[in-house]
Design a protein around this ligand. Structure first.
Ligand SMILES: *[C@@H]1O[C@H](CO)[C@@H](O)[C@H](O)[C@H]1NC(C)=O
Ligand SMILES: *[C@@H]1O[C@H](CO)[C@@H](O)[C@H](O)[C@H]1NC(C)=O
Ligand SMILES: *[C@@H]1O[C@H](CO)[C@@H](O)[C@H](O)[C@H]1NC(C)=O
Ligand SMILES: *[C@@H]1O[C@H](CO)[C@@H](O)[C@H](O)[C@H]1NC(C)=O
Ligand SMILES: *[C@@H]1O[C@H](CO)[C@@H](O)[C@H](O)[C@H]1NC(C)=O
Length: 367
């Protein structure tokens, strides 16, 4: 199997060249709007007015924590749609964090690495997510989720955030599958997969519980997206056929996650935890070839916009002379996937649209 079809190319794309400018303008995110929706009812997310968003996880939520010298997210053509240049987001534009921030009604939170240079934005929360990471150590040296939560706890100890702040905060936790790619690269066996999935979800359960115990009252965690439908898995079928073996493993992860979240909600008594089902929402977008409303259309939703010209290259790769080793589509608005593993901004818009039904149902239902 060539490298680009293998899950670990996801990580190899992280280990690329450098962009030296400190670009802060990428952090504008989605500005607050629609502050007043769904905020009046008891026993739901907006029984308080959310003031902050704290984010933990990987490239599906990272908005700029990756080191510029290493990550593809800091290289052209990442960021061409928003903010117009690379911003550390693994997309052409906005990612899940930006959309959830908009829903919650706050500015997209500051990446942790800029906490000391952009202090005026601390009040919107903070993004601790790092592309390539998992709940366990993966193939990148960036902080796993436990360490991300440690950093959060340190800021609380330093009184950057107090208990009132935390009680009126929302947390987003993403797990997009880096633990599993690392498991494969480290020669994990097929028979061992189910028990490894169990240990990932068990650790995730502990992480979620810890974020809650630090004082955050509302926590949204993503279900695993259909890994077998990512371009890195479908390339061998010209982006036509999902890998069913991989999706079966994803279903096990998601079933265990559902149990873990039910247990957490039972233990905490306040329905603090909710799942953002990326599996169902990705599948819905594939089936509808868009958002199903006619506002967004993807002719072939499985085919990415930006692809390496061969298995040695990925989106953003250049050779020693600086020549591009990838192709890019004419219009990133027309494709669901940006690169081998990540949606475009338009892709996330369609996913968010599918998720919004759940969000609205949970958050606006009257008692
Ligand atoms: C997270 O990373 C730290 C530092 O590498 C390590 O000590 C710890 O065991 C890791 N945690 C998990 C749950 O893998
Ligand atoms: C907590 O911090 C906020 C600012 O983030 C401040 O407005 C509030 O007064 C503080 N509350 C307490 C109890 O210290
Ligand atoms: C995995 O197996 C391959 C081939 O058997 C070997 O070359 C590689 O070093 C192994 N990797 C690890 C992390 O054990
Ligand atoms: C599906 O994925 C599995 C696990 O990564 C892999 O071993 C298998 O070859 C893939 N099947 C196809 C048809 O690509
Ligand atoms: C909730 O927890 C209680 C014990 O605290 C247990 O008796 C009950 O069966 C649990 N319910 C569910 C749905 O897990």
């Amino acid at each position: 199997m060539d490298k680009n079809n293998h899950p670990y190319t996801f990580f190899l794309t992280l280990l690329c060249c450098s962009l030296l400018l400190l670009i802060l303008s990428g952090q504008q995110g989605v500005e607050a709007s629609g502050h007043h929706h769904h905020r009046h009812h008891h026993h739901h997310l907006y029984s308080f007015r959310p003031t902050k968003l704290f984010v933990f996880g990987d490239s599906y939520s990272d908005t700029g924590n990756n080191r510029k010298s290493e990550a593809s997210s800091w290289k052209y053509p990442y960021g061409i749609t928003f903010p117009g240049k690379p911003s550390g987001r693994f997309s052409d534009g906005r990612v899940l964090t930006d959309f959830l921030a908009k829903f919650v009604g706050v500015r997209s939170p500051l990446p942790y690495q800029w906490r000391n240079v952009a202090k005026k934005y601390l009040k919107y929360g903070m993004n601790f997510a790092h592309g390539g990471t998992g709940v366990f150590n993966t193939l990148v040296t960036d902080p796993n989720m436990t360490v991300q939560i440690d950093l959060f706890q340190q800021l609380i100890k330093q009184c950057v955030y107090n208990l009132t702040d935390l009680h009126t905060s929302v947390a987003l936790v993403t797990v997009a599958g880096n633990d599993y790619s690392a498991y494969i690269v480290k020669n994990g066996t097929a028979q061992g997969f189910p028990s490894f999935i169990t240990s990932v979800v068990n650790q995730l359960y502990l992480n979620l519980k810890r974020i809650h115990s630090l004082g955050v009252n509302k926590i949204a965690v993503t279900a695993l997206e259909p890994l077998g439908c990512l371009p890195r898995s479908t390339a061998i079928t010209s982006f036509q056929q999902c890998n069913g073996t991989e999706n079966t493993l994803v279903n096990l992860h998601n079933a265990l996650l559902q149990q873990a979240v039910a247990k957490l909600n039972n233990e905490t008594k306040d329905s603090a935890f909710l799942i953002l089902d990326l599996y169902a929402s990705f599948m819905t977008v594939f089936k509808n070839k868009g958002d199903g409303l006619g506002n967004i259309k993807f002719e072939n939703p499985m085919k990415p916009c930006c692809i390496g010209i061969s298995s040695e290259y990925s989106c953003g790769s250049v050779d020693k002379s600086g020549a591009k080793k990838y192709t890019i589509c004419d219009d990133p608005q027309s494709t669901f996937f940006w690169d081998a593993a990540h949606p475009t901004q338009q892709g996330w818009t369609a996913v968010y649209s599918a998720l919004q039904a759940t969000l609205d149902q949970i958050f606006s239902k009257t008692d």
